[in-house]
Design a protein around this ligand. Structure first.
Ligand code: AMP
Length: 548
């Protein structure tokens, strides 16, 4: 027997209409590159999204057609999020920090017909002049006509339009189509640190369910009174779904634009009363150091932060909580998982732990949110015991997890029984909390045993003279691989290799301690701010450890 409830489709247009109708006074603040602020409300965002959809429809944009964006977190990007998906086209967010060759590959693979680009990112487009796909009909510069490039190699090759001129005079209401909720809504490519980037194609249904789930109190948990600032870029995994969750909750949004330095962010926190923010650890590490540089720098009202993308160093978490009263929630996710999979909020079993104990535990990535089922299997395919020691590859399934890559058939990441293999190697403890031990490809295989590069990196980040660290394998004649530790010292510090290695004693098994330390000025990062291990491994390929 079927239930007798209404079968309204889960559509992105419904989120926008809800926010515009019920939360007209919540503010959408958008920082321009010069630091000035644009102010709107949800009704204006809805009106401008409708105008954009009308303009695109007039240009012949059909359902399913891909419209790319190269843009920061700002109101025009937000309008594109809603307008493009709601009309039935596909919003394709492109990471401007990728190499030109990768961007060209992605645009070609997606067969985008329009590219919306922030004026500050015009040089990226110019660099692609000879590589733009034949499918591209127009480039829309996200600004006024005066912001169109004066001189460009692209003139005459593709139509170049100004966003404001394009939407001017269009109707401010759009009769959004009643799409099938499984219709594709947006497309984001994985960062592709190894191999070619792969497209993850989200649906209206997956986006709405993920957005609702993210609003659980033990996840983002924000409400109508929150002022939410996604620092995580809107070109990466839909800014973790925050633009959708915020509209569902009726929250205010602060979109920080291209300037993500600590002083600019802190100004927004203070002046706009930001209560919730989310981003990768690098951002918060820089903010913490900046705060510490001057005792007058405080938060008048400590915000809540969610951190993910790479592991949250305990020292950063502890610094924020103890010195600034800022609580950080550590979460895990991937492009393929929309992204939220797990979050480390306390539960009955550890509700009574004091701050120090929980701060140590918060290095772990957390427990699954409802909707994200996980299993962890070892190399033989057997599920590992939940003892916090054994490790295996994390697999996940759920209504907001990818079932295939765009344009690709039969990727081995998808198991025959319907799970997605994450490539993350994890332990699971008695509380069901996962801890990422490594990426499957980055663990150091020493004499048939695995050493977690990430554990070694996190530990050494607690050393007072260490700014950043990476652990990569070097060849060893007897053990195959041994860890090499690369350290960026804090400015003004000159630690010795001995004092760095001594820091590991008593904290890890003796055979885990790296064989060598090298001091470097900086470490390479991927376009999404992660340590770029593939590049480091290539750089140090010739390096071998001495045989004992
Ligand atoms: P991406 O698809 O580019 O967002 O990258 C996803 C990958 O980032 C995951 O598979 C993890 O390896 C890593 N990652 C995400 N969140 C965390 C976290 N909290 N701790 C450690 N690694 C993380």
């Amino acid at each position: 027997m079927l239930g007798l409830m209404q079968d309204r489709p889960l559509l992105i247009s419904s989120i926008l209409e809800h926010a515009a109708r019920n939360h007209p006074r919540s503010k959408i603040v958008s920082a321009r590159p010069d630091g000035s602020l644009a102010r709107h409300g949800w009704p204006e965002i809805a009106a401008r999204a409708a105008q954009l959809a009308h303009a695109l429809a007039k240009r012949g944009v059909q359902r399913g057609e891909r419209i790319a964006t190269l843009a920061w977190n700002d109101h025009r990007h937000l309008e594109a999020y809603y307008g493009i998906s709601s009309m039935g086209a596909v919003l394709h967010t492109v990471n401007p920090r990728l190499f030109p060759g990768q961007i060209a590959f992605i645009l070609e693979d997606a067969q985008d017909t329009h590219l919306m680009v922030d004026p500050t990112l015009w040089p990226v487009v110019e660099g692609l002049a000879d590589k733009l796909p034949a499918s591209l009909r127009a480039i829309i510069v996200m600004g006024e006509a005066a912001q169109l490039p004066a001189e460009t190699r692209l003139r005459g090759r593709v139509e170049i339009l100004a966003h404001e001129a394009l939407i001017a005079g269009e109707p401010v209401r759009f009769d959004w189509p009643d799409l099938d909720e499984r219709t594709a809504s947006s497309l984001c490519y994985t960062s592709g640190t190894t191999g070619e980037p792969k497209g993850v194609l989200y649906s209206h249904r997956s986006t709405v369910i993920h957005g609702l789930s993210a609003l659980q109190r033990d996840a983002f948990g924000f409400g109508a009174l929150d002022v939410v600032m996604p620092v995580v870029p809107m070109f990466h995994v839909n800014a973790w779904g925050i633009p959708y969750s915020a509209a569902m909750a009726g929250s205010s949004l602060v979109l920080p634009g291209p300037k993500l330095d600590p002083a600019s962010l802190h100004r927004l926190f203070e002046e706009e009363g930001v209560t919730f923010s989310a981003g990768v650890p690098t951002i918060w590490t820089a903010l913490l150091q900046w705060l510490r540089a001057d005792p007058a720098r405080r938060f008048s009202k400590p915000p809540r932060l969610v951190v993910g993308g790479t592991a949250l160093p305990t020292a950063i978490n502890a610094g924020f909580l103890k010195e600034y009263g800022v609580r950080i929630l550590h979460a895990w996710g991937m492009t393929e998982t929309s992204p939220l999979g797990t979050a480390n909020a306390p539960k009955v079993e550890n509700a009574d732990w004091d701050d120090d104990r929980f701060l140590d535990y918060a290095r772990k990535q957390g427990r699954p949110l409802y909707g994200a089922e996980i299993r962890v299997r070892d190399a033989e395919g057997k599920e590992i015991p939940h003892d916090g020691v054994a490790f295996g590859e994390l697999e996940i399934r759920g209504p907001w997890v990818a079932s295939a890559y765009f344009n690709r058939k039969d990727d081995p990441a998808f198991t025959p029984d319907g799970w997605f293999r994450t490539g993350d190697v994890v332990t699971v403890d008695e509380l069901g909390c996962i801890e990422i031990v490594d990426r499957a490809k980055d663990v150091i295989k020493s004499g048939g045993e695995w050493i977690s590069s990430i554990t070694l990196e996190n530990l050494i980040m607690g050393h007072p003279k260490v700014q950043e660290a990476a652990v990569i394998p070097m060849h060893h004649p007897k053990w195959d691989e041994r860890p090499l530790l690369l350290v960026v010292p804090k400015s003004g510090e000159a630690p010795t290799a001995e004092e760095i290695l001594a820091f590991y004693e008593g904290k890890v098994a003796k055979w885990w301690i790296p064989d060598a330390v090298e001091f470097v000025e900086s470490l390479p990062h991927t376009a999404t701010g992660k340590l770029w291990k593939a590049e480091l491994k290539a750089r140090y390929r010739g390096r071998s450890a001495a045989a004992e």
